[in-house]
Design a binder for this molecule. Structure first.
Ligand SMILES: [Zn+2]
Length: 386
């Protein structure tokens, strides 16, 4: 709100609230933006000159960082603002020549303040659209893809990792025209600042950090897998996860997670357990909800010597064999239920089938699933430097 107020209005407001116009100068001095600068800044903000905004909190401050494009050239300035928890800015700093110092009031800072205000009040923010945010148009499929899914072991392999170079601050950034201002600002103006230096620097590329810490007794990837309990899982861990998942589910039928101790990345949630050797799986085929259960109405079943059986190429057969593997059980009672009929189909553990399925799952886990986990939780989708 304060960014849009002109000085006379503010003085009037302060007078109304009975505040001294001389006190609290430090808090309110940011309101000394000139009208011209505010109009310029509002125009820049509405013309999408801001590219990125991020924020972080400590107990009594909020740090805002933004990138504002330069008016004439295709460059951008980094803007840092510290707000106290009541809202008013306490410190600010911009890479532009006018933005140096702990209490800079250049137009870029006003642009960022407009963005924060807009975000806080209207829950929206106007940022410049980069090409990656627009939907790509060159290979939009004209119709739905109906082919069979590709088998995991037929997917192309990732290329091998080459030697990595340690570059916490990329050369492109050092070569930027504004880099000298940035260093000067950081070195000269920030000794008096309470802005954390961490806020002023871009995070290092995690690939580089990983390569620079080879003295650790475990590499970062293995450490992450360990923390996610994907390498070893103890009975206590399993119990904890089971208890957590039971409390989470609000639905009446809670699912009990069963983990494979051999392969902690595999888990199953059978619908029920019966005795020590049998588990229960329930299916209610919606399309046949008013019909009798036959191979015609329920296509994943077939008849053998007047007994109904589950087809071994059905996805449910994979599901049930997976559950039998994870729980270490030998039998499953598959209950198929419609409003008109109920059938129990007996499925036994098929070890040859399980071995084959595990081979495919291991291959998928090693070649694809792990990579996705690393990108998401270790490299934060940063690009690899080579
Ligand atoms: Zn500036």
């Amino acid at each position: 709100m304060y960014t849009t107020w002109r000085l006379p209005e503010l003085k009037e407001e302060l007078r109304k609230r009975g505040a001294s116009l001389r006190g609290k100068k430090r808090t309110w001095q940011y309101l000394n933006f000139t009208t011209k600068k505010l109009d310029q800044a509002l125009h820049l903000y509405e013309s999408r000159f801001l590219t990125v905004v991020r924020s972080s909190w400590t107990e009594d401050s909020c740090f805002i960082k933004g990138f504002c494009k330069k008016t004439m050239k295709n460059l951008q300035y980094e803007v840092n603002i510290k707000l106290n928890k009541e809202g008013p800015p306490e410190e600010s700093h911009c890479e532009c020549p006018a933005g140096s110092g702990v209490n800079a009031t250049c137009k870029h800072i006003a642009v960022l303040l407009y963005a924060v205000e807009n975000m806080a009040q209207q829950k929206c923010i106007i940022l410049s659209e980069v090409c990656t945010q627009q939907l790509q148009k060159w290979n939009c499929p004209s119709k739905k893809y109906t082919g069979t899914p590709i088998k995991a072991d037929k997917l192309p392999r990732k290329r091998s990792v080459k030697r990595l170079l340690f570059a916490p601050y990329p050369v492109e950034n050092i070569d930027r025209e504004s880099y000298n201002y940035k260093v000067r600002n950081l070195v000269l103006a920030f000794p008096n600042s309470t802005m954390p230096m961490k806020q002023c620097y871009e995070p290092a590329n995690p690939y580089a950090v990983e390569a620079d810490h080879q003295y650790l007794n475990m590499d970062a990837r293995r450490n992450l897998l360990n923390e996610l309990k994907l390498v070893d899982i103890t009975d206590a861990d399993i119990k904890n996860i089971q208890e957590a998942t039971i409390n989470q589910t609000e639905s009446k039928e809670w699912h009990l997670q069963r983990f494979s101790k051999e392969r902690p990345y595999l888990a199953a949630s059978p619908d029920g357990l019966l005795g020590s050797q049998t588990l229960i799986e329930v299916k209610c085929p919606y399309a046949s909800r008013f019909k009798n259960i036959t191979p015609n109405t329920v296509p994943y079943l077939f008849k053998e010597n007047s007994d109904l059986q589950l087809k071994t190429n059905s996805p449910y057969y994979y599901q049930i064999q997976g559950q039998l593997y994870c729980t270490g059980r030998d039998f499953c009672n598959l209950i198929v239920y419609t409003f008109k009929d109920l059938k129990v189909i007996f499925v036994s553990r098929n070890d040859a089938f399980i071995v084959n399925m595990l081979m495919n799952l291991d291959s998928f886990y090693e070649n694809y699933f792990k990579e996705v986990i690393f990108n998401k939780y270790l490299y934060y989708n940063y690009e690899r430097i080579e």
